[in-house]
Design a protein around this ligand. Sequence first.
Ligand code: PMP
Length: 391
Amino acid sequence: MGLYDKFARLAREREQFQTSGINPFGTRIDEIYSATEGRIGDQHVILAGTNNYLGLTFNPQAIADGQAALAAQGTGTTGSRMANGSYGPHLALEQEIAAFFDRPTAIVFSTGYTANLGVISALADSSAVVLLDADSHASIYDACALGGAEIIRFRHNDAQDLERRMVRLGERARDAIIIVEGIYSMLGDVAPLAEIVDIKRRLGGYLIVDEAHSFGVLGEHGRGLAEAVGVEKDVDIIVGTFSKSLAAIGGFAVGGKDMEVLRYGSRPYIFTASPSPSSIASVRSSLRTIGQHPELREKLWHNANRLYQGLSELGYQLGAHISPVVPVIIGSKEEGLRFWRDLIAHGVYVNLVLPPAAPAGMTLLRCSVNAAHSDEQIDKIIQVFAQLKNF
Ligand code: PMP
């Protein structure tokens, strides 16, 4: 038996998509001109397939601060915070994130993936029971597997199903850990957080919210869904990433003072290198920008509404909720691939998402807008979708 034989079926399936044209699983973006434009091969494209929600990847201050840190502190830390020490800016950023959320503790991780892994695997050990939204991100599932917890999945965004399963747990519900996301990355829908908090108040349990796609996007200050719904005090831990609205790389968790203990008990915190100085510096810069410029969020939502309305007027089947993630639901994988390549050929780059990455067996053209898109760019995207509809 060959080392890679178990992937044979997957490889065959993926090869199907490689016959001609651009491969959606290995797209090379040859140049990035700005937060909204780039080049794929010969094609100049509008970037409408990123998580750069506030459009800060080319923010001049974030670039200047990142460059200054690169020159002053070097290209990388070359080690973990536990073994090799934290740099001052890691600790400063933790204080700034804690202050931003008005919480006692923030811990910085090396990616959003390791933030989930670090928090959840440490808490969800083999004695724990975790209630997970069925559409949870892979990092949440992987974290539960690493911790060894018992996993109970409830139907996506179905608070009643969660309650039924909590009730079935009896006494154990009091210590159960409920995990949901703010905005779900594929359909752009949000967790029914008010109902979930109500269940938690009545039946007990702890609540972790992954605000990866909602940080900077929702809430008066951009703190995410928990802020938007007014239930921050009921959320035990918020997990987030630097790789979307903060436009760099790294992750974080915020919580109560007792969360500090994770620094000693969380393997994904302890056994990996800390984020590089330039990334930390640009995140600190962008965090300040998010605090000082709420109009970025307004622009983002203006763009989200404009794209959603434009595509829905064309008769496309979209996700049920207006959000910066606008999924166009396509009939089949083959049709999805053809459409996706045609979009690039017409100057629009979106994400092709196939099952199992897309929920419920769907094929999606995942469009995402950001605060840096102009009205003209949004209209161009709509116009290309209009043109392709007639094919
Ligand atoms: N949580 C969710 C909900 C995500 O969508 C992602 C990334 N797509 C992550 C965590 C991981 O974040 P990162 O890519 O920064 O590791």
